[in-house]
Design a protein around this ligand. Structure first.
Ligand code: NDP
Ligand code: GUE
Length: 301
């Protein structure tokens, strides 16, 4: 009955991937084979599932993928060596370092070691800074996917009040930067916020990226709000394990104008935008290479 309120992330991701497939075919025509390297350290079961999904999706659109699995006792130095090799390999266009890393590793140092033009997650400080300045740089996949869903649900975002719950470097902060770039008024809430619920109730748009199962129910939402649920939480439901978001979907649904489900909402969009970023990286690297060789030709003749 409320089906019209569902924001279908699977269908939107399929549309994005169709475009990516066309772009890949065009690159194949220029003898360019876009390629993504995925690094997985340790054997966290959830990370293994995500990595497998990313590799399957890459194959479907014609992107070559190379998986590098490292044991959980790998040192940061050993990881930096692999990243250095991938940075130097002209046949690799994108590098994804699956997070979280085992506790002994220096995550920030590893992310900073990835060449910014191969940083398809958009986590390198150069890309983070570029996004904050509003420049066209490689941008984190989950927030890009959320923005796409919002633009296709709300149309014009200008002047809308968006509340982002969560301030991680992966989701909350880049999400806030993208919404600001789209001319929203942005409030970012976190675990130290006073009366987060009352602030959230003022929002036209809510982005929940907290990591707490079903924290946000109808009492957090203004009637008619648009809700994007980034949360992926595995819970035990009468002895069966299942995925739920950060939003209490059943409580929120009668209240909202539109909402993403979990699964089938933001998750598929994250993977679609990873593919889009990989193709953009491949295009940019070949463009840069061509400009370089043209410059060399100019200096010779
Ligand atoms: N669908 C997808 O593609 C993706 C889904 N995810 C999912 O999104 C969720 C968030 O991920 P991520 O950003 O990495 O998580 P983090 O744990 O890094 O960040 C969670 C944020 O939520 C804040 N927070 C915690 N409790 C509360 C509270 N009660 N009220 C308000 N804010 C609170 C924290 O505040 P503080 O900073 O003060 O600690 C923090 O900023 C997870 O469920 C994750 O699995 C993540 C990436 C991609
Ligand atoms: N460097 C890095 N980049 C990331 O983008 C990154 C990461 N590390 N670490 C973990 C988080 C999480 N994340 C998800 C991606 C897809 C789904 C997804 O496709 N979810 C499906 C369900 C999948 C299932 O059934 O388990 C859905 O929501 O429909 C979920 C979560 C990316 N992350």
């Amino acid at each position: 009955m409320n089906a019209h309120k569902l924001i279908d992330g699977k269908a939107a991701a399929a549309r994005v991937l169709l475009q990516v497939r066309e772009d890949v075919a065009r690159l194949h025509g220029q003898a360019i084979q876009p390629a993504l390297a995925v690094i997985l350290v340790g054997n966290d079961p959830a990370s293994q599932v995500y990595v497998r999904n990313k590799i399957l999706r890459a194959e479907e659109v014609g992107i070559r993928s190379v998986e590098h699995r490292l044991p959980s006792d790998t040192s940061t130095e050993q990881l930096l060596i692999l990243i250095g090799q991938l940075n130097a390999d002209p046949a690799i266009h994108g590098i994804l370092l699956q997070l979280p890393l085992p506790a002994q590793m220096d995550e920030l140092r590893a992310l900073e070691a990835i060449a910014p033009d191969k940083d398809v997650d958009g986590f390198h400080s150069q890309n983070v800074g570029g996004l904050s300045q509003g420049r066209a740089v490689l941008t984190p996949c989950t927030p890009s996917g959320c923005l796409y869903l919002l633009e296709h649900t709300c149309g014009d975002l200008r002047g809308k009040h968006a509340v982002v719950i969560g301030r991680s470097n992966i989701v909350g902060k880049p999400m806030a930067a993208l919404l600001l770039k789209a001319d929203c008024s942005v409030t970012v809430l976190h675990s130290r916020s006073h009366d987060a619920q009352a602030l959230c109730r003022q929002a036209d748009i809510v982005i929940a990226a907290v990591g707490r199962a079903r924290l946000i129910d109808a009492s957090w939402l203004k009637p008619g709000a648009v809700v994007i649920d980034v949360g992926i939480n595995r819970i035990d439901d009468d002895g069966r394990s299942r995925l739920v978001g950060d939003v209490d979907f059943d409580s929120a649904l009668p209240h909202v104008a539109a909402i993403t489900p979990v699964p089938g909402g933001v998750g598929p969009m994250t993977i679609a935008f990873l593919m889009k970023n990989t193709v953009a990286a491949a295009q940019a690297q070949h463009h840069a290479l061509r400009s370089q060789s043209e410059a060399v030709c100019h200096s010779i003749y």
